[in-house]
Write a protein that binds this ligand. Structure first.
Ligand SMILES: Cc1ncc(COP(=O)(O)O)c(C=O)c1O
Length: 398
């Protein structure tokens, strides 16, 4: 029925998708066009930090749309000034450039570091990134990523991104030379399967980069805006990076991203950076509404508490079904399955009305709305428990 009502052929085929069409969302739930309800533990890939269609974002968008959608990036607008000020006030950074996607914010970070190298380090341009890292799908951010599947694609690559190993300081030290300008990493490698850079590693990197006159860039596109129980993940390690990128959660579901830098690192010159939609007031109004909710101290504490609850429920499930570790922080967690059953679990949970993500064949990733309730977590756990029981029974028979 769905296929007849919504022919799919007019869209480019960029990935395998179930033939289901979503038409409505509210909080932790989505509905398809047949009226079936799904409990969503993907939330647009950690995007809808306040759940689907949160009233505060919908109202901010409606009010701003009636007032001013965009005056052109050649002029200031009040919403982008307010959001930039709010981000600066709540972080260790001094200036912001708004973008439309995480990849675009990271492109900006790469350009900013190269500009810094041109100004202060004899044209140094190499940015040390990490095996397994993910920074986006533009040509430069694919090169910056350490994703194996990207390696054979779209030659020739943008050069200048040597790869170190996460939590291995010597591997970073070994790559530093007179062309190096920065080290760039995700504090938690999300797409690779939720691998945490330890707080000590972040502190060591800060010390090393400072001693060498290099920039430290954190890609907080997935970990920022409260996802791990702090507004920004770098706060856990008590370090102050030079550059940070934000995306996903900052718009609460709409395309908004940001590049933040300290005064010393904020060195773009006229003509270096820009874009038609950058800092448009419509998206910035959404960002302001999100930030007001997420930055409230009670909200962040509840993310941390709910994250611990989800973690303990997943650990219980893991013990019951003989699975592996639960890793991550706050509401960005992974369950190690020890065997490559993730795709089958995701498909069965989908049929049972629960949306789960498998970043690798042997792991599930959980990135619910930051205001997900314990009842919703219990519903998801019950579904996963039933799917794991079915899969376990099928494996015993086979
Ligand atoms: C850590 C990280 N950086 C960058 C990106 C790219 O963001 P976008 O898809 O908005 O371009 C992602 C997206 O998953 C991400 O997780």
């Amino acid at each position: 029925m769905t296929k007849a009502t919504h022919p799919f052929a007019a869209l480019m085929e960029i990935t395998a998708r179930p033939p289901t069409v979503f038409v409505r969302g509210e909080g932790s739930f989505l509905w398809d066009d047949s009226g079936k309800r799904y409990l969503d533990f993907i939330q647009g890939w950690a995007v809808n930090c306040l759940g689907h269609s949160p009233p505060v974002v919908a109202e901010a968008l409606a009010a701003q749309a009636k007032r001013l959608i965009t005056p052109s990036p050649a002029y200031y607008n009040d919403a982008s000034l307010k959001l930039a000020k709010a981000l600066v006030d709540q972080s260790c950074f001094d200036q912001v450039f708004f973008a439309n996607s995480g990849a675009e914010a990271n492109e900006g970070a790469i350009k900013l570091a190269r500009r810094y190298g041109a100004l202060h380090r004899n044209g140094a341009y190499e940015i040390i990134t990490f095996e397994g890292g993910f920074h986006g799908r533009t040509l430069a951010t694919m090169s910056a990523s350490g994703k194996k599947a990207f390696e054979p694609l779209f030659e020739p690559k943008v050069s200048g991104f040597p790869k170190a190993r996460l939590n291995d300081l010597a591997s970073v030290q070994g790559l530093i030379n007179d062309k190096t300008i920065a080290v760039m990493l995700e504090p938690i490698q999300g797409e690779a399967g939720v691998w945490l850079a330890t707080d000590q590693f972040l502190r060591d990197l800060r010390e090393l980069t400072r001693a060498q006159g290099l920039l430290l860039i954190v890609d907080e596109i997935q970990t920022g805006i409260g996802r791990t129980g702090k507004l920004f993940h770098y706060e856990h390690a008590d370090v102050a990076p030079d550059i940070m990128t934000l995306g996903k959660g900052i718009g609460g579901g709409v395309p908004l991203a940001a590049l933040l830098a300290t005064e010393a690192a904020s060195c773009f010159q006229h003509g270096d950076q820009g874009g038609t939609f950058n800092g448009n007031p419509l998206m910035c109004a959404a960002g302001l509404a999100v930030l007001r909710e997420v930055a409230a101290p009670d909200f962040l504490k509840s993310v941390a508490d709910t994250g611990l609850y989800l973690e303990s429920e997943l650990q219980r499930l893991s013990a019951r079904h003989g699975l592996g570790e639960v890793r991550g922080r706050g509401l960005l967690l992974a369950l190690d399955l020890k065997v490559p059953t993730a795709a089958s679990i995701v498909a069965q949970a989908f049929d049972d009305g629960v949306l789960l993500n498998a970043p690798r064949p042997d792991a599930l990733r959980f990135m619910p709305a930051l205001n997900v309730t314990r009842q919703e977590i219990a519903l998801m756990i019950d579904c996963l428990d039933a799917v794991l029981t079915r899969i376990g029974a099928a494996r015993r028979v086979a």
